[in-house]
Design a protein around this ligand. Structure first.
Ligand code: NAG
Ligand code: NAG
Ligand code: NAG
Ligand code: NAG
Ligand code: NAG
Ligand code: NAG
Length: 259
């Protein structure tokens, strides 16, 4: 009798372990389907919020590329981080004026776009979103994910006292030496072999700075990955599909360890 009970207990424990493993194994970056989050008007900024299935006080701030909050891939990436257990918040950095994907083919004046959305304005939206996350949503730890345009801002907010506790950036644009120098929290970077923006020169420079600072960092290079791969890869190209998937897990593992 005792041994049968013991056997059942062992089976129950094994079953629970298997269920956990399955849940963990099911975790993956979401590339299609309907978004699970909701837009909230936070002091005039449309903010996409995706909630995990359980209550948490640990959150992710998703800082977008120029395609912004309307892009399905951005909403699904936020949902993917929520699926990993983080309350994920993605503010509209461009006040309703993000660039539609089809506009890129027609040609966009990026200089004019950047002039309309200067660093000071984007900084102020991010600072007020972090404050909203801590004060209104009750978050105690906040990680940042930044893609392309957003890859400049996560480092800015990883500086001492700026409000992010750990960060992940992919194929950053416009990232400056002084911004990398000021990073004071753990950061992981995803770089693409074919990215002309965060190219080998920029990558090696970033690596040298982080190393000289004795920063807690990681820098992964993905073969065959073009600019934008962590958000909008061509999913029918195996190297690009892999790079998006693996960079998502790179972020998840980083936050598991350092957030
Ligand atoms: C968002 O809220 C602000 C006040 O915080 C208000 O002025 C604005 O009209 C609202 N926008 C939308 C689209 O609801
Ligand atoms: C989350 O917390 C809130 C407030 O503390 C509570 O009302 C709610 O039931 C909790 N939800 C879950 C899924 O635990
Ligand atoms: C792009 O915008 C800038 C600043 O508004 C302007 O000076 C420049 O002429 C524009 N370039 C083109 C190709 O329209
Ligand atoms: C990277 O880009 C910079 C700026 O455009 C350029 O000076 C540098 O030569 C490039 N490096 C490589 C390896 O292409
Ligand atoms: C680098 O940082 C680690 C972790 O904080 C610390 O243990 C180590 O002593 C530091 N190394 C140097 C050379 O400062
Ligand atoms: C994606 O890659 C496939 C296979 O190489 C190619 O046929 C297709 O044109 C690409 N799609 C886009 C939008 O570039």
């Amino acid at each position: 009798m005792t041994s049968i009970r013991f056997g059942l207990a062992v089976l129950a424990v094994l079953g629970a372990a298997l269920a956990d493993k399955k849940a963990c194994g099911n975790l993956q970056v979401i590339n299609e389907g309907a978004p699970a989050g909701k837009f909230v008007n936070v002091s005039g900024i449309q903010t996409y919020i995706s909630r995990p299935s359980t209550n948490t006080t640990t959150a992710i701030l998703h800082v977008t590329d120029i395609f912004g909050v309307p892009l399905l891939e951005n909403q699904l990436l936020a949902d993917s981080m929520a699926q990993a257990g983080y309350l994920t918040v993605m503010p509209d950095l461009f006040r309703g004026e993000s660039i539609p994907v089809d506009a890129i083919e027609k040609g966009v004046n990026i200089t004019a776009f950047l002039a309309k959305h200067p660093t000071s304005d984007v900084d102020s939206i991010i600072a007020s979103t972090i404050s909203y996350m801590r004060k209104d949503l009750g978050m105690t730890k906040i990680g940042g994910t930044g893609y392309c345009f957003g890859g400049k801002y996560v480092p800015r907010f990883l500086a001492e006292g700026k409000g992010l506790d750990a960060g992940f950036i992919a194929h950053p644009g416009f990232l400056e030496t002084s911004e990398i120098m000021a990073i004071a929290k753990p950061i992981t970077m995803a770089a693409g072999e074919l990215d002309d923006t965060f190219n080998a020169t920029a990558r090696h420079a970033a690596e040298a700075i982080l190393q000289s600072k004795n920063a807690t960092y990681q820098l992964n290079l993905y073969s065959g990955a073009p600019h934008g791969f962590a958000v909008r890869p061509n999913l029918s190209v195996p190297r690009q599909k892999y790079a998006k998937d693996a960079s998502y897990f790179q972020a998840v593992r980083w936050f598991e360890a350092w957030l």
